[in-house]
Structure formats: C-alpha cells, structure tokens
Design a protein around this ligand. Structure first.
Ligand code: NAI
Length: 333
C-alpha cells in the first residue's frame, strides 16, 4: 500500500526508517496537507498527516477522489479533521492516541519553571556577563494552587508532578475523574478553578465547547497575576483577550507551546521573513511570555512511538483488521 506522508521532516523519516515494512511504501512530502496540496496524494491509498494539516471537507474530497481510503494522523489531537465529512466520504481516520504523555507533561513543567524563575532571561544575562538579579525575582511553587483543565493522560501527569512540588491541585473535567481522589487532586467546577488557582494549565482537547475557553470573561474570574500555560491547542485561548490581560497585568505569566494561528508559522524557519501576524509579534514583546513552537511532544521516545503506532494503524487497515485507534463521530467524547 502506498502512503503519502505529508508535513514530513528529516526527523520523521529517520524515526519511520526503524519501523518500515515491505507491505507499506512510504513517500515523503515536506508540504503540509491542505486543499492546495492534496492532489499530491493522487493514486495513494493512504495518507499520513500531522497537527496543522487541514483535513477539511474539500481536502478529504480530493484525497478520496484520488483513491485514498485512510488518513493516519501522526498525533493525538484530531481537531484539524472534519469528522462529519470523513464519515460521509467513507474515509477512515486513525491517530496515535498516546505517544508520550510524559513528553508533554515534562515540557509543561519546564515552561512553568522557566517562567516562575525567569530562566530564559538569566540564560541571556549570564552569557553577556550580567550577573545582576534585579528583575529575576521568582516565586515558590510550594503551597500554591494549580488548576488543571482536562484530567486526561497529560493533565494528570502534570498534576502529579506539581503535587510533588507541594502544590494543591484542582482539576476540572466534565467527566468524573476516577483516580483524582486517591491521587489527592480535587475535582472542582470550572469557576472555582479559575478563582483559586495561581497557575492554570490547559490539557483538554480543542472542541467547539473548549474553543476560546480562556477569554475575557474567564480571565476576569482568575487570580491577579495568574500564570497560564497552554500545551494543548492554540485556539483554547482567545489571543486578543490574553494580550489585553497581559497589558493590564491581570495575567502575570504566559507559557505557550501552541498558538491559535500557529499553522503558517510553526515547524518552519521564518528567521529571515517578515512575520505578518501582529498578535503573535505583540505577544513576543512581553517580558513575561514564553513561547515554544509546538515542541512539547518532541522527544526521541515520542517520535519512535508515533512512527511505530502509525505503521501499526496502516498495517491493520491493509490487513482488514480492527482499527483500534480509529476516530469517528461515534467514538469521541
Ligand atoms: P486525553 O484524551 O487523555 O485527555 C483529555 C481530557 O480532557 C479528558 O479527560 C477529557 O474528558 C477532557 N475534556 C474533554 N472536554 C473537556 C472540556 N470541555 N473541559 C475540560 N476537559 C475536557 O488527552 P491527552 O493525551 O491528555 O492530550 C490532551 C491534549 O493535549 C490533546 O487533545 C492535544 O490537543 C494536546 N497535545 C499537545 C501536544 C503538544 O505537543 N503540545 C502533544 C499531544 C497532545
């Protein structure tokens, strides 16, 4: 079976190399998958796509007309796929539900620590021979309240790690968190989490319910000087509202690994370009904002797992076996 692998980087090829099998022929395309590039997959029975690929109805239609029967996402989130269109067109969607929740959880803690202790500033200062501590004053995590939105695999790992720092953990999830009580985390209503947390970390999927979850109204409910961390999906935060709250100092710290309009920017080198996204550039001017370019997942272990599971998903389809990692309108919560 021929597989067109979109948005592929040299590190993706390298990780797939260890899991390739004769039944699958992988052809790599560096371009992202969208309505303008989908025709590259003409004659391919399968496609592999990544987080910012645009699997809209129009893209899926081109894929299906070109002979494609399955899209294997190399990520956990599937907010970039029109599942209704996939169902109507009869194309299967599979994903990698968990490749390394540890990678994302550890990066989340890294953002929190870097912000609270201003490590990104000290790194530059010390390299320039500036050992002054003015402006580097941090705060202890010990005794603080941390609010975790989304008590899934990643959220609970972050909660566990922050508990080890001596934090009180509040969790919000619309579904009952079965392990929270025994782990010492308090499941609370969302407003209580907003009101009581010194640090808020987002780990829920991007859905129509969570789109713009952090907005002007929710920010108003939060502690003055709150730290907001988003390693989930960019559109969980309304960027303009975030910028306004940074300007008034309502928000004290922001750590982002994802950004609402990251598609045209992330995963590429734009160091010689003029970046036209004024909201992104405004964010970059704040001394208390730290942004990484969707790298939370990016560990050796995670890349290996992504390659392994993607190959397994495609092989299962090829062999007409059950697709245990299928996402459809019927099995998402
Ligand atoms: P998961 O499926 O294990 O957990 C998600 C949790 O969110 C579930 O407990 C679910 O009940 C909860 N949830 C659903 N709707 C909610 C709502 N309206 N409000 C609050 N919680 C809600 O997913 P996992 O593996 O923990 O990943 C979480 C998210 O992290 C993914 O959806 C993805 O967007 C993002 N992610 C980011 C990566 C990165 O590199 N930055 C890498 C991997 C995932």
């Amino acid at each position: 079976m021929k597989v067109a692998v979109f948005s592929s980087k040299p590190y993706d090829k390298e990780s797939f190399r260890h899991y390739e099998v004769p039944e699958l022929t992988l052809q790599y395309f560096e371009v992202p998958l969208n309505v303008a590039t989908a025709h590259y997959a003409q004659g391919f029975e399968a496609v592999s796509a990544f987080v910012n690929d645009e699997l809209t109805e129009a893209t899926l239609e081109i894929l299906v007309n070109g002979g494609c029967k399955i899209v294997a996402l190399r990520c956990a989130g599937f907010n970039n796929v029109d599942l209704q269109a996939a169902e109507t067109l009869g194309i299967k969607i599979v994903r990698v539900p968990a490749y390394s929740p540890y990678a994302v959880a550890e990066h989340t803690i890294g953002l929190m620590l870097a912000l609270s202790r201003k490590l990104y500033k000290s790194y530059n200062r010390v390299r320039e021979g500036n050992f002054a501590l003015n402006g580097l004053l941090g705060f202890d995590f010990f005794g603080k309240t941390v609010g975790i939105i989304g008590a899934g695999k990643i959220g609970l790992l972050v909660a566990e790690r922050m508990k080890a720092f001596g934090c009180h953990i509040l969790v919000y999830d619309p579904y009952l968190c079965k392990t929270c009580k025994e782990q010492g985390f308090e499941q609370v209503p969302l407003d209580q989490l907003y009101e009581e947390s010194h640090i808020i970390s987002l780990h829920c999927p991007l859905t129509k319910d969570t789109h713009g979850l952090v907005n002007q109204a929710s920010i108003e409910k939060m502690h003055d000087g709150v730290m907001i961390i988003n390693t989930g999906r960019g559109a969980l935060i309304h960027t303009k509202a975030l910028i306004n709250a940074l300007k008034t100092r309502k928000i004290g710290y922001v750590g982002l690994d994802v950004y609402e309009e990251e598609g045209p920017l992330f995963f590429e080198d734009h160091s010689n370009d003029i970046i036209l996204d004024d909201n992104f550039e405004r964010l970059m001017t704040f001394p208390n904002v730290l942004v990484t370019g969707h790298q939370a997942y990016f560990t050796q272990e995670a890349l290996a797992e992504i390659a392994k599971t993607t190959i397994e998903n495609l092989l299962a389809f090829k062999r007409s076996e059950a697709l245990k990692n299928e996402v459809s309108l019927h099995n998402i919560k």
